[in-house]
Write a protein that binds this ligand. Structure first.
Ligand code: NAI
Length: 699
């Protein structure tokens, strides 16, 4: 049982005890229900206090039970709350530190609530695409007032207990404790004080009205609609709180329940819950035990002060970790330093960074032209030109100077990490840290595991990633790692679509309507079309014969590299980022189509989206099968955090699972019949074919 029971004098104390946050899993719920029954059966007990052990009252549902039948098994949360409400002896909830979701709903089922100051109070269900499902939408408005409650329910954001306690007329906290330390003593005294008060006060009996009635809810609905167009839950939060003002309590509860269950099945909530779990799972590497002893990382060296080196350095400065940057020439160092300053200064101007913080961060940064001065760094990250010869020279120098045990990382995006590791006598200390541009902004970090990378090196860099607030995903070594290897197939399909009849703007629009932050052509313009051009040139020598549309090469031959040259797939006005469709590019695409003897056809948005997304999915299946990614959910994290895949679709693998892998393969078979597409392209990856045959999913 993960709830403890004891009797102190004539007060029974039930303590939720399910670390880390006293999640309300089955055995905790059973413990509470048993405790209430025991206390009621014991003639020596006059009142009950319920509290949480450790650093939480309760964080709510137990995520280990997410989506499993255990979550609903009796006593479910509703039944436990009913048992508290129906207790013949008064129940006082003593809340502290964290009181969220089901934890708050549990407290609302108690007769009295005493809180310590500094307790984070929230109903965060909306963040998982849900509404509270155990009375939160019906009880919170009754104790806080409609507006304050609705704000909390729609935003899911935590509010400190002392702030809530100041709301006029609030009855959420019937008493505030002086401090966290005195909470239990005060709760016991409070329980003794109310032990003989009858009738017992019930939240369900409180009145719930908004003075403006319908007008208020109409206003709230309009506000919410504008803010959450792809998510149904926030609008349903408004409906549920409105129900609290209009329906009898039990009818309101039924309304909440029905909507909660409907939302549980909505694709948006399934996607959000999937992401929640996927993000946590990403930091776990199957063969690296969680208790692996890690290396201490207290100082960083960065080689190369270019686009990536500067951004990478900023991550560590922001986290308070000193950085030494090395370049070959003083002017390159000066330029790199000036860019970092400019970045911080613009944050200061925008009010996002305090001037003293800026100074503190810059004080952590030093520069050098001499490798020997890097000797003592615990982790060195290389971000020099993407040429194997340059990497070789750098890693040989690092091998010569760095202290034993230092971690040597490369930010290479396309080169073979095993080759880079082999330039040193310590390949076990070499790892890839593939940041995304701009490196100080983008949340994704691909951790590239070489053949010989040591487990403690992996465990250490995963922790470092957390410190600098990145979401790290482990990738094996292959061309492009997880993200870019998949995007290449997506880009190939985008090119074929141009050859067959689309304009860049039409493709982008369809993909953006699907929910991507940016379509493939706008993304190319942002990243620089010359990067893909260089990769294709290399590919043409290494793997001649790969079929792709030549439009992207033609574009680069015109010098249209994207935003940085003021022209790419689109035109850009000086100093602006708006993509203006280009007549020159449309004509270039048409001319190329004519030269291939193709007559343009009208292509529906659905085909555009399916071809691009299923191209990602099929390549991802290869990546999984080869063990480059260890979990399908890791691939989703890469696409959500690094490539602007729509959050409410949960990533390409989750999306494919929801569409049904059978349907994905059916569509691929249709595309394979298109004489203008590469028929080999649509051959289902063996893993995908196997999952379809077995009726399974990726996740
Ligand atoms: P960049 O050209 O902006 O910067 C490279 C810097 O390295 C230059 O300042 C150069 O002076 C310096 N450098 C060259 N050789 C050096 C040496 N031997 N010792 C010390 N410094 C040296 O290049 P960028 O874009 O920052 O790329 C760097 C690395 O990051 C490459 O491996 C690239 O593939 C990778 N990368 C780039 C991304 C991007 O979007 N730009 C994204 C992810 C990875």
């Amino acid at each position: 049982m993960t709830a403890d029971y004891k009797v102190l004098g004539d007060i029974a104390v039930i303590t939720l005890n399910n670390p880390p946050v006293n999640g309300l899993g089955l055995s905790t719920r059973q413990g509470v229900a048993d405790g209430v029954a025991k206390a009621n059966a014991d003639a020596g007990v006059k009142a009950i206090v319920i509290t949480g052990a450790g650093n939480a009252f309760s964080g709510g549902a137990d995520i280990k039970e997410f989506g499993s039948p255990k979550a609903m098994q009796e006593p479910n949360l509703l039944s436990v709350i009913l048992a508290l409400e129906n207790s013949d002896k008064p129940v006082v909830a003593a809340v502290h530190t964290v009181c969220m979701g089901g934890g708050l709903e549990l407290a609302l089922g108690c007769h009295y609530r005493i809180a310590s100051p500094g307790c984070s109070v929230a109903l965060p269900e909306v963040k998982l695409g849900l509404i509270p499902g155990a009375g939160g939408t019906q009880r919170l408005p009754r104790v806080l007032g409609v507006e304050a409650a609705l704000n909390m329910i729609v935003s899911g954001e935590p509010v400190p207990s002392e702030m809530l306690a100041k709301l006029p007329g609030q009855q959420l906290f019937t008493k505030m404790a002086v401090s966290a330390e005195s909470l239990m003593a005060e709760a016991l005294a409070y329980a003794a004080e109310v032990a003989s008060v009858r009738p017992l006060p019930l939240v369900r009996n409180l009145r719930c009205k908004h003075p403006l009635g319908d007008a208020y809810f109409q206003f709230a609905r309009n506000m919410v609609k504008g803010m959450s167009k792809n998510y149904p839950a926030p609008a349903i939060c408004v409906d549920a709180v409105e129900a609290a003002t209009k329906k009898k309590f039990d009818d309101g509860m039924a309304f909440e329940r029905d909507n909660f269950i409907n939302l549980m099945w909505s694709p948006e909530s399934r996607a959000l819950r999937h992401i929640f779990i996927a993000n946590r799972a990403a930091s776990k590497i199957p063969d690296v035990p969680s208790d692996t002893v890690q290396r201490a990382i207290n100082s960083i060296a960065v080689i190369g002060a270019g686009t990536m080196g500067g951004g990478i350095a900023m991550n560590f400065l922001n986290a308070g970790i000193p950085v030494k940057m090395l370049e070959m020439k003083q002017d390159a160092l000066d330029r790199g330093l000036a860019t970092i300053r400019k970045n911080y200064e613009s944050q200061v101007t925008k009010g996002k960074l305090k001037p003293e913080k800026y100074e503190q961060r810059m004080a952590l940064l030093s520069t050098t032209l001499i490798y020997d001065e890097l000797r003592d760094a615990d982790l060195v990250i290389e971000a020099v030109f993407e040429e194997i010869g340059v990497k070789e020279a750098v890693f040989k120098e690092l091998d010569r100077v760095m202290k034993p045990g230092a971690i040597l990382a490369s930010n290479t995006s396309t080169l073979d990490l095993n080759k880079i590791a082999a330039f040193t006598q310590r390949p076990q200390d070499v790892v890839g840290l593939h940041f995304f541009s701009p490196a100080n902004v983008m949340k994704l970090l691909e951790v590239v595991r070489g053949e010989k990378t040591a487990k403690d090196v992996l465990a250490t860099v995963m922790t470092v990633a957390k410190k600098i607030k990145k979401t790290a995903v482990v990738s094996g070594v292959c061309d492009g790692f997880i993200g870019n290897r998949m995007i290449e197939q997506y880009a190939r399909q985008a090119g074929f679509l141009l050859d067959e009849g689309c304009t860049p703007a039409q493709v982008d629009k369809a993909v953006e309507k699907f929910g991507f932050a940016m379509g493939p052509f706008r993304m190319g313009d942002l990243a620089g079309n010359d990067i893909g051009w260089a990769i294709r040139k290399r590919r043409n020598t290494e793997q001649p014969g790969m079929m792709y549309s030549k439009t992207a090469d033609l574009l680069c031959e015109k010098g249209r590299f994207g935003q940085k040259t003021g022209a790419g797939w689109y035109d850009y006005m000086a100093g602006k980022r708006d993509a203006v469709p280009s007549a020159e590019v449309v004509k270039m695409v048409e001319d190329h189509r004519v030269s291939l003897g193709i007559t343009a056809r009208k292509i529906a948005d659905e085909e555009i989206v399916q071809r691009l997304v299923f191209a990602l999915v099929n390549e991802a299946a290869h990546i999984l099968e080869e063990g480059i990614a260890t979990k399908a959910s890791d691939i989703d994290v890469v696409y959500l955090m690094g490539y602007g895949f729509p959050i409410y679709r949960g990533g390409p693998m989750n999306y494919a699972d929801q569409v049904g892998l059978f349907n994905v393969v059916q569509a691929m078979n249709r595309f394979a019949k298109n004489p203008l597409d590469d028929a080999n392209f649509w051959k289902p990856a063996p893993l995908l074919a196997k999952l379809v045959a077995e009726g399974k999913t990726f996740n």
